[in-house]
Design a protein around this ligand. Structure first.
Ligand code: DX5
Ligand code: ZN
Length: 232
């Protein structure tokens, strides 16, 4: 299981301390939300901030691009130290295919995100092109929102496709993640958990990360047995 604190929930006035707190917590990745004020009704930060964060930590930087024209930022984020760039499927099939190719050609991991109202069929044509599928569990734009339960079947679908097509993309969830919702997502097949508000509000982030890791590992779905496959 991969645990990725989302920096959006950090205290930006104490960024050095916050990044070091995330690193010392034993988290695997740091999730960085880039909002452009067009694709989502909010603006966060850009490559300069990612560069600063990169200078403060060895953590893998998982950059989530909630942007209408993400391609203008690929190279700046590469130079800033991003390890993975995730774009949104809502940009349209032709565009998405081209952009995923471009991300990989830069030597970065390629992620694809899907918003709660978007049908899963939209991601299907791209599954062989990605390292990570991000199923959004809130409408993107803000931290601290409530988890949308209706997204759980989408996680199951993504996990089923992964098995059927023999692919190995990571299955990430983002938005309203806490102990309870993370367990629900893990049961549905998620293996990568972004949590902002929930983790940064803990004084002892390490304890929360350890518990999240333990609970999600225990909730991992078991592969269907031969018997149940035969019976179905
Ligand atoms: C939402 C962002 C999330 C956000 C999650 O638009 O993509 O990564 O930081 O925040 P919490 O965990 O507070 O819901
Ligand atoms: Zn995000």
């Amino acid at each position: 299981m991969i645990i990725a604190p989302s920096l959006l929930a950090a205290d930006f006035g104490r960024i050095r301390t916050e990044v070091s707190r995330a690193q010392r917590s034993g988290a695997d990745w740091l999730h960085l939300d880039i909002m452009d004020g067009h694709f989502v009704p909010n603006i966060s930060f850009g490559p300069a901030m990612v560069k600063t964060v990169h200078s403060l930590t060895r953590l893998f930087l998982d950059v989530h691009l909630m942007c209408e024209r993400p391609e203008i930022l690929f190279e700046p984020f590469l130079r800033a130290g991003a390890g993975q760039l995730t774009i949104h499927v809502e940009l349209g099939e032709a565009m998405v295919s081209q952009l995923l190719w471009k991300i990989r050609s830069l030597g970065l991991k390629a992620g694809l995100a899907i918003n709660p109202p978007t049908a899963m069929e939209r991601v299907r044509p791209h599954l062989r092109q990605i390292d990570l599928l991000l199923v959004m569990t809130v409408n993107p734009g803000y931290g601290g929102q409530e988890f949308i339960e209706e997204c759980l079947p989408k996680i199951q679908q993504a996990d089923t496709w992964r098995r059927e097509l023999n692919l190995d993309y990571r299955l990430e969830v983002d938005g309203g993640i806490n102990y309870q919702t993370a367990v629900e997502c893990a049961r549905a097949g998620a293996d990568t958990f972004v949590a902002g508000t929930f983790l940064f509000q803990h004084r002892q982030m390490k304890t929360a990360v350890q518990k999240l890791r333990r609970l999600t590992a225990q909730a991992r779905p078991t592969a269907p047995s031969r018997q149940s496959v035969a019976a179905s």
